[in-house]
Design a protein around this ligand. Structure first.
Ligand code: ZN
Length: 317
């Protein structure tokens, strides 16, 4: 028996080597009974991988709360964690803009999977004035279901002995996401239509806006790498004043000075908008808090947006 296992392990190793050149989509089995070692980028990807993998995985997340993935550069310790991983999950669509070369390089020797690969291409949006796809898919919960399936498929292929566990965890998670999606639709529909305008510093909510019928406006584009201009601030201030939008939002992963400049420009137009709260855009909250999970960050955002824009309080809180 032990001998057979050794042969199987050797065979799995050979398959892994053969699979390396086959690029990110296919994965040969790589486990020999030990937990899979996974390294992830943003903390909401870390959370989702953890929900699907359960205790079968050793997950190392690189980016904590408040970290901006657009600007993030891997440290020496991160590179080590990436090199030790069996599988790397990242957002893709240039979300981790400064890590592209590193991830491509690592993809030659292990499975490196962009979770957004699971999303049908015709459901992706382009950023304004660019041909680049918008990476902020997670605020359309149905798109995050596709990303979750991609994670489960990748884990099942790498660890077929536990594929049934991953699929069972996935099904439970998808059911929670379906219920979350329905809750968001209901909550946003309660905001009076003229005020259903979501203003943030960077353009992270286009998918949210499309899915939940909310108009979105942002000072910066889909990446925080480009600076906001005065013209951008004046354009958004004009919209806020003309629509009498009561509140704008700061983001946990973006400095708030552009929002302060926006409020000053809005006040000059005689419309005193306020900060409606802080939204989790490109990072979930601290581990162990309700906002530390993907579901929790989305729920917290929706509550803050609906409350600040004047929706009646949600039934049962
Ligand atoms: Zn972003």
């Amino acid at each position: 028996m032990r001998r057979l296992l050794a042969v199987l392990v050797a065979l799995a190793g050979a398959l892994t080597l053969a699979g390396c050149t086959a690029e990110a989509s296919g994965t040969a089995p790589i486990t020999d009974g030990r937990p899979l070692r996974i390294t992830t980028t943003t903390n909401f990807i870390t959370d989702t991988v953890g929900r699907i993998g359960g205790d079968r995985l050793e997950v190392t997340g690189l980016m904590g709360p408040g970290v901006d993935p657009h600007l993030y550069r891997a440290s020496a310790g991160d590179v080590q964690a990436l090199r030790e991983a069996d599988i790397i999950f990242y957002g893709g669509l240039n979300l981790e803009g400064k890590m592209g070369d590193l991830l491509a390089d690592l993809g030659r020797s292990r499975t490196v999977r962009a979770v957004t690969d699971g999303i049908p291409r015709d459901q992706l949006l382009r950023g304004p004035g660019t041909s680049e796809a918008d990476p902020h898919v997670w605020f359309d919960v149905t798109l995050w279901q596709h990303a979750s399936r991609a994670i489960a498929e990748t884990l099942a292929a790498a660890d077929p002995g536990h594929a049934a566990d991953y699929r069972r965890n996935l099904d439970a998670y998808l059911a929670e996401l379906t219920s979350l999606d329905a809750g968001i639709r209901e909550r946003m529909a309660a905001v009076p239509a003229p005020r259903r305008v979501l203003v943030t510093s960077h353009d992270a909510f286009a998918y949210f806006g499309r899915r939940y019928a909310v108009e979105v406006a942002a000072i910066q584009g889909i990446s925080t790498a480009a600076e906001a201009t005065t013209a951008d601030i004046e354009r958004v201030a004009e919209l806020i004043a003309s629509r009498q939008v009561p509140a704008v939002f700061v983001e946990t992963s973006v400095p708030r000075q552009t929002i302060d400049a926006l409020l000053a420009a809005t006040a000059r137009r005689g419309h005193p908008a306020v900060v409606g709260g802080e939204l989790f855009t490109d990072a979930a909250g601290a581990p162990g808090t309700p906002e530390g999970s993907y579901l929790g960050m989305v729920r917290a955002n929706v509550d803050r947006i609906a409350d600040a824009l004047g929706a009646p309080a949600a039934a049962g809180g």
